[in-house]
Design a protein around this ligand. Sequence first.
Ligand SMILES: Cc1cc2nc3c(=O)[nH]c(=O)nc-3n(C[C@H](O)[C@H](O)[C@H](O)COP(=O)(O)O)c2cc1C
Length: 197
Amino acid sequence: MSKPRIGIIISTTREGRFGDRVARWVAELAVAQTDIETEIVDLRDYPLPFFEAAASPAYVPIETPEARKWANKIAELDGYIFITAEYNHSISGVLKNAVDYLFAEPNRKPAAFVGYGAVGGARAVEQLRLMAIELDIVPLKKAVHINMEPMLGLLREGKDFADYPYLAPTVTTMLDELSWYAQTLKAGRQSAQRDAA
Ligand SMILES: Cc1cc2nc3c(=O)[nH]c(=O)nc-3n(C[C@H](O)[C@H](O)[C@H](O)COP(=O)(O)O)c2cc1C
């Protein structure tokens, strides 16, 4: 079995966003994780119109080129790390819209969460976990929460993630757990495919 490939999803697209900085930091730490491969998946590279299809993708695949590009990327990955902001105690609208374009592509794959905001993006992460269930994603408990103090330090005081040394170990713990689930579920999916053939 090849190494599971994990997408680190940047979930905000606004000018001057913080999310890409968090994603790059997680990607750098993930290099040490030799049993998975990671890549950054930036929602800016997957612009989607507001979901207005006549039916849910559960029943009718959305076949526009931009929808296929997004769904194919999610399908080719074996797991996800959602780097999520908290907008009005939930996830960003652009991430919710992108999620609504999916159905089968992320099924039986794990997702881990890195939240940032006043309370570490905790409310957004909780909502994303609920959405994950509906997509048959396995949402993980072990998460990373970047709260107000480091966020303001990074955004306004020229600080770096290394100035908050308690954060990196939480990423490593999350990656260890994600790696186990990604490998276990990939083996399970492959076994189910063989049984069905
Ligand atoms: C529309 C909007 C709503 C926000 N709502 C919240 C919120 O509910 N809780 C919170 O902690 N931060 C909130 N914030 C502040 C964000 O945590 C902060 O702007 C963060 O940098 C947003 O992520 P981004 O830079 O990747 O877009 C909000 C920001 C925006 C733009």
